[in-house]
Each structure stands twice: as C-alpha cells, then as structure tokens.
Design a protein around this ligand. Structure first.
Ligand code: NAP
Length: 254
C-alpha cells in the first residue's frame, strides 16, 4: 500500500533507531515516503534503520536521513522538525514513537523517575506535535500518529509513571485532533499491547509468561504489526479518521 500514488510524503519518526520506530520507518519508506529517522544515542542502530529503509524503498525517489535529538528537550524537538523541513521542504507525517519505561511501585518511585518518563513520553510528544502542527496547518495537510499503550487505557501495577504518560498521550491526541481537524490535519494514536522489542526483552521471563497468558491471542506482537496500523493512519485511505486510538494488542485491551 502506498501512502499516496502521486506525491512523495515526508515523514518524521521519533525513536526510530530500534524496535517499533524502526519498523514504522521501513513501512513508510516502502510506501514511498521520505523519512527522517530520529534517535537519541544509538547512531549505529539509526544507520541500520536507514539502510533497511533504502532497501525497502527500492527505486522510489525518496530521501532517508538520520537526525540525533533528545525529543524530551524542547529545543532539540524543535530542531528535529526544522531539520525535516529544511531537508525535505515540508513535514507531512509525524510519528511520535520515542518512549521509555522506568518501572517500580508508586510508593517507592522517585520524583525523578516519574518526571523522566513523563518528560519523554508525554512532553516530548507535545513538543514535536506543536512544532510539526504549525507547519502542517500552513499546508492544509498533515498526519500525526502518536504511539500510546494498552496500559494508558487499562493501567498496570508498577507503571504509574508510564501509564500516566500514555494516558496523557491519548488525551493530547483527542484534543489536538479537535484543534486541527478544520485544517485537514488528522491526529490519531496506536496503542500496542506486548510487542517483541528491547523494551520488553528486559522483563524477567516469569513476567513475560504472565503477560503472554493474559493475551487472548497467546502470543506477543511484532513491531511490524504496529507499523501496519501507523501506515494506515498515514495513508489517503484514513483521510476522514481523526481522534481515534487503535489497539494492536492481540486482544489484550478488550
Ligand atoms: P525500544 O525498543 O526501547 O526503542 C526506543 C527508541 O526510542 C529507540 O530508538 C531510542 O533511541 C529512542 N529514544 C529513547 N529516548 C529517546 C529520546 N529522549 N529522544 C529520542 N528518541 C529516544 O522501544 P519500543 O518497544 O520500540 O517502543 C516504541 C514505542 O512503543 C514507545 O513509545 C513505547 O512506549 C511504545 N510501546 C511499546 C510496547 C512494547 O511492548 N514494546 C508496548 C506499548 C507501547 P536510541 O536507540 O538512540 O536509544
């Protein structure tokens, strides 16, 4: 599925060096988008994502570039979006995927660990949305896709910071969708369940088994499963859909 048969769309994907962000970048490149691959510290992994994107794009005339930025920092988030506009001429698609966990029970959680997770997952999403929305409004075309989580809807013991950040992303998505709807900019979110990435690989085996047993489909998802939903939201086919949260979770969120 291509995003648009005639126009090359320009996408920015945050946290795209690994995991779900990498799969999203590859899916968008294979659909004919130019992609800015953002990462925080892992330059080599970001370059690997870029190679995979170029391979997936084949002979399509797209640009694939990497850009280091800590998107929890307002100035760096702005710099990322400015870089995308400078290099590609316009930001059409923004995928806010960068995220982190710092798990622990609430009664022992430090303010630093709470703020740190909110700072990237929620504030970082806000900074990138705000910077990109200004540019999309001018062009009267845009797609913003935020990556939230099933725990932002249902909560999860040991993740008050993370689930609060992801619930915040849902509220942000719906509010921004209302603000931008009249400008032909859609804002949607994807809520993954348990996906096989570095983020989940660090969980103890027993915890992984417990999560798996609670998934109706009895298996974890692949980053590509999430990427397919993102690609749909970015496409022309989704042009009349905004403010929606789609679960990619094997039934976990039912
Ligand atoms: P991951 O494998 O841990 O990858 C995290 C990515 O975020 C990396 O590319 C990392 O870059 C980047 N990143 C970290 N801090 C950053 C910062 N300050 N600024 C910019 N980029 C930063 O994570 P994942 O599992 O793919 O998760 C991706 C998203 O899906 C997250 O928002 C996560 O909360 C959400 N999610 C994941 C699951 C799951 O089961 N995996 C479930 C629900 C939701 P470096 O490589 O440079 O460190």
């Amino acid at each position: 599925m291509s995003i648009n048969e005639t126009t090359i769309r320009n996408a920015v994907v945050t946290g795209a060096s690994r995991g779900i962000g990498r799969a999203i970048s590859v899916a968008l490149a294979s659909a004919g988008c130019s992609v800015i691959i953002n990462y925080a510290g892992n330059a080599q992994a970001a370059e690997e994502t870029a190679s995979l994107c170029r391979e997936a794009a084949g002979d399509k005339d797209v640009k694939i570039l990497v850009f280091q930025a800590d998107v929890s920092d307002e100035a760096q988030a702005n710099a990322l979006i400015d870089y995308a506009e400078e290099q590609l001429g316009q930001v059409d698609i923004l995928v806010n995927n960068a995220g982190r966990t710092k798990d622990g029970l609430a009664i022992g959680m430090t303010a630093e660990d709470f703020d740190n997770v909110i700072g990237l997952n929620l504030r970082g999403t806000f900074f990138c949305c705000r910077a990109a929305a200004k540019k999309m409004i001018r062009k009267r075309w845009g797609r913003i896709i935020n990556i939230t989580s099933v725990v932002g809807i249902h909560g999860n013991a040991g993740q008050v910071n993370y689930s609060a950040s992801k619930a915040g992303v849902i509220g942000l998505t719906k509010s921004l969708a209302k603000e931008l709807a009249g400008r032909n900019v859609t804002v949607n979110a994807v809520a993954p369940g348990f996906i096989d990435t570095d983020m989940t690989a660090v969980l103890p085996e027993k915890a992984q088994e417990a999560i798996l047993s609670g998934i109706p489909m009895k298996k974890c998802g692949r980053p590509e499963d999430v990427a397919n939903a993102v690609r749909f939201f970015a496409s022309e086919e989704a042009s009349y859909i905004t403010g929606q949260i789609i679960g990619v979770d094997g039934g976990m969120g039912m």
